[in-house]
Design a protein around this ligand. Structure first.
Ligand SMILES: CC(C)(COP(=O)(O)OP(=O)(O)OC[C@H]1O[C@@H](n2cnc3c(N)ncnc32)[C@H](O)[C@@H]1OP(=O)(O)O)[C@@H](O)C(=O)NCCC(=O)NCCS
Length: 159
C-alpha cells in the first residue's frame, strides 16, 4: 500500500490517493480505517496476492448502499504485477464476494476514459458500459479532471 500510494499510474487514475509518508503510516491506515469502514457497512478492502506471495495490489468495494444493494469497485496493481491477467482474476473474486457474501445486486465502476487497461479488465469479467461522465474525477497526481466511463455489473453477467 505504501508503494501503491506513490505509484504514478495509481495516483493518475484514482481519486483521493494520499501518499503515505512511511510504512508505519500505511499500517496505521490499514489497522484504523479498514476495520472501521467495514464495521460501518461502508467498504471492504482486499490485498491482492498471487498464491502465497506478498501483496501485489489492492482492491476495494466502497460506497456501499446496503438499501439499494449497490457498491463501487476499484483495483490497482504494483507495476511488476501488471499485464498478467492478475487484475481480472482479483476483480472477479472481489465481485463474487460482493454478490455472494454481501448480497449486492449491482456493482458499479468508474474508469478514466483514457484508462483502457481497466476498461478491458472490467469487460473481461462482465461489466457493461452504462454511461459517460465528463470531468467526473480529479487525478491525485496532476489534480486535472478526467472524463469517466461508468460501467455496471450484475450477478448474472459475472464471468
Ligand atoms: C488497471 C490495472 C489494475 C490493470 O491491470 P493489468 O492486469 O495490468 O491490466 P493489463 O495492463 O494487462 O491490461 C489489461 C488488458 O488491457 C489491454 N490494454 C492495455 N492497454 C490498452 C490500450 N491502450 N488499449 C486497448 N487495450 C489495452 C491489455 O492488452 C490487456 O489485455 P490482454 O490481457 O488481452 O493483453 C493496472 O493497470 C493498474 O494498476 N493501473 C493503475 C491504477 C488504475 O488505473 N486502477 C484503476 C482505477 S478504477
Amino acid at each position: 500500500m505504501l508503494a501503491g500510494s506513490h505509484d504514478p499510474l495509481v495516483r493518475e487514475f484514482m481519486q483521493g490517493v494520499f501518499p503515505h509518508t512511511d510504512r508505519e503510516a500505511a499500517v496505521r491506515w490499514i489497522e484504523d480505517v479498514v476495520p472501521r469502514l467495514w464495521d460501518q457497512d461502508r467498504a471492504a478492502y482486499f490485498a491482492v496476492t498471487v498464491g502465497d506471495g506478498p501483496s501485489v495490489g489492492w482492491a476495494e468495494l466502497v460506497d456501499f448502499r446496503p438499501d439499494e444493494g449497490v457498491a463501487e469497485a476499484a483495483i490497482w496493481l504494483l507495476p511488476g504485477a501488471r499485464r498478467m491477467r492478475v487484475a481480472a482474476a482479483a476483480l472477479r473474486l472481489v465481485c463474487r464476494f460482493g454478490f455472494e457474501q454481501l448480497g449486492l445486486r449491482r456493482i458499479d465502476a468508474y474508469a478514466a476514459a483514457d484508462n483502457m487497461p481497466v476498461q478491458v479488465v472490467g469487460a473481461y469479467i462482465g461489466f457493461r458500459r452504462a454511461g459517460f461522465r465528463p470531468d467526473l474525477f480529479r487525478s491525485s497526481r496532476t489534480h486535472t479532471l478526467h472524463d469517466a466511463v461508468y460501467a455496471t455489473l450484475v450477478p448474472e453477467d459475472l464471468c
